[in-house]
Design a protein around this ligand. Structure first.
Ligand SMILES: Nc1ncnc2c1ncn2[C@@H]1O[C@H](COP(=O)(O)OP(=O)(O)OP(=O)(O)O)[C@@H](O)[C@H]1O
Length: 494
């Protein structure tokens, strides 16, 4: 741990040094040969000339080849990283159509250094898209297939995951909705010494406040009304593995001091038990909220911050967008057995420049819908209604929030009914985050929270519909996940 580290966390050891050299880099976002997507050229000097036959682009440990495509002019466009930090761009002396961030360019221009932080999208000849960006670290072997990315931010993230995996510290994952927090938690578990033990993921926002303590810490038989059998709780189920507490900012207030106690002493008391139990589990928590802003138990926050990892939003790492699009295309081919329909380069250009408040999840949804459109002979559109952004509860853009308010109660009800009353599936269908889905449900006049339903009514639904939690949920007009947990706690059907 660094003695000058004001946060006293390991994270600062990995923070890029202010004086770290940064190099100009070009990453292939789109190419008629999809295998080329993600290949990079990292400039060894301040001058780069990009044409059909040079420079060579390569994947880590792969062969290096020039862009090669006939739409790219032989005459190169020239980039010059100037001492004042700006990048001068001179178009080629040819008829090739050149676009810079969607605008046609026919004359030299200067790019401010800050534009390259997120990545500038260069369109060459209407067929090849490149991302011009900075690199402040070397490409890695990208040995975490669930966490794609060739940007410096993606490489830094994988490095932090490897470091966190080598420790037993609690980890706090911070990032906007859809930015990959759960994927990162699973990668930490998979890369650590506990990989052979279970990983249990709990969404704190779905916990029923009255039952949360029993859910997490377990309960003795008869510990509360309806507890027909003892149950272990998530801490015991995680054993010596990893307990992932997603959306920790939504942890019910009475639970927070109990979590603090486990983190401080390793001990907790199952409901109705005479003595404490010991937790062996490693804790990873995630949130898209600012937990320091108020409401959340601050000593608990300090404990969770053993190792803090910030997941960068997609709009700050455009160099990764091509690989993420290709992942969806490959998924389509793997599911359907046939290659995915071709997406127009102009549409991919839009995808690469979009702001993606719902991050990777929203991008993947937009690409899926575009593929369905193209397959049906329609032109893909980025502004299709279903492609509405998935805002998080905190930090959501005003435009995204407005769109959330535009969702009618009927649309929310339809999404639940069509998705077996499952919150996660309905949130995906509406293109909103799970925290937003909870807010929509709370505000809905015709959807009830489980706590508001009398036990006799639940019993009557069970008697009528049998042990089918989804049918009971539909009959009770309540989401099925909390009902399923409630039934499990009672020792009944799930
Ligand atoms: N770097 C990545 N490479 C490939 N897929 C990714 C990456 N990051 C995220 N994804 C995918 O994006 C989707 C959202 O990721 P994930 O559920 O981990 O996000 P999250 O930050 O936990 O979201 P939320 O806060 O809404 O729960 C998942 O389908 C995941 O597989």
């Amino acid at each position: 741990m660094s003695s000058t580290d004001p946060d006293h966390t390991l994270t600062s050891l990995l923070a890029p040094r202010q004086d770290a050299p940064r190099l100009l880099a070009l990453t292939i976002l789109w190419h008629p040969d999809a295998e080329r997507i993600g290949e990079q050229f990292i400039a060894p000097s301040a001058e780069v000339a990009v044409g059909r036959f040079a420079p060579p682009f390569a994947a880590p440990a792969g062969a290096a080849l020039p862009l090669g495509h006939r739409c790219v002019a032989r005459e190169p466009l020239r980039l010059h990283y100037r001492p004042d930090g700006q990048v001068a761009l001179a178009p080629p002396a040819s008829r090739m159509h050149l676009e810079v961030d969607g605008a046609a360019v026919g004359a030299p221009l200067l790019l401010a250094a800050a534009r390259l932080d997120a990545g500038v999208v260069l369109g060459l000849g209407g067929a090849v898209l490149l991302c011009l960006h900075w690199m402040d670290r070397l490409p890695d072997g990208a040995d975490m297939p669930a966490l794609l990315g060739v940007s410096s931010a993606a490489i830094r993230l994988r490095g932090q995951i490897r470091q966190a995996a080598a420790t037993d510290l609690p980890v706090l994952l911070l990032g906007e909705t859809g930015s990959g927090k759960e994927v990162a938690a699973r990668a930490i578990h998979a890369a650590g010494a506990r990989r052979a033990e279970p990983m249990v993921a709990v969404n704190m926002a779905t916990l029923n406040e009255a039952l949360a303590a029993a859910d997490l810490f377990g309960a003795e038989k008869g510990a509360y009304t309806g507890a027909l059998a003892a149950r272990p709780g998530w801490f015991a189920e995680a054993g010596a593995g990893t307990l992932f507490l997603d959306e920790i900012g939504n942890a019910p207030a009475p639970i927070q001091p109990m979590l603090l106690r486990v983190l401080e002493s390793g001990e907790y008391r199952p409901l109705g038990a005479r003595r404490d139990a010991r937790s062996q589990a490693r804790l990873i928590a995630a949130t898209d909220q600012d937990l320091a802003a108020g409401g959340f138990n601050q000593p608990l926050l300090r404990r969770l911050e053993g190792f803090v990892i910030r997941l960068p939003p997609l709009r700050e790492r455009r160099a990764d967008i091509g690989l993420l699009i290709r992942q969806v295309l490959r998924g389509w081919a793997a599911r359907g057995g046939a290659a995915a329909p071709a997406l127009p380069a102009a549409f991919v250009d839009q995808l690469c420049r979009h702001d993606w408040p719902g991050n990777v999840r929203q991008l993947a949804g937009a690409v899926q819908r575009a593929l369905l459109d193209v397959d049906a002979g329609l032109a893909p559109r980025l502004d299709a209604p279903a492609a509405a952004p998935a805002p998080g509860p905190a930090g959501a853009a005003p435009a995204a929030r407005a769109r959330l308010a535009e969702l009618s109660p009927q649309a929310v009800l339809d999404a639940l009914q069509q998705n077996g009353w499952r919150i996660r599936a309905a949130a995906l269908a509406l293109g909103v985050s799970r925290p937003s889905m909870y807010k929509l449900i709370d505000a809905h006049p015709d959807i009830r929270s489980l706590a508001a339903i009398a036990p006799e009514e639940i019993d009557a639904a069970l008697a009528r519909h049998g042990p089918d939690a989804q049918r009971c949920a539909a009959a009770l007009r309540t989401p099925s996940e909390p009902l399923r947990r409630h039934l499990r706690l009672r020792g009944g059907p799930a």
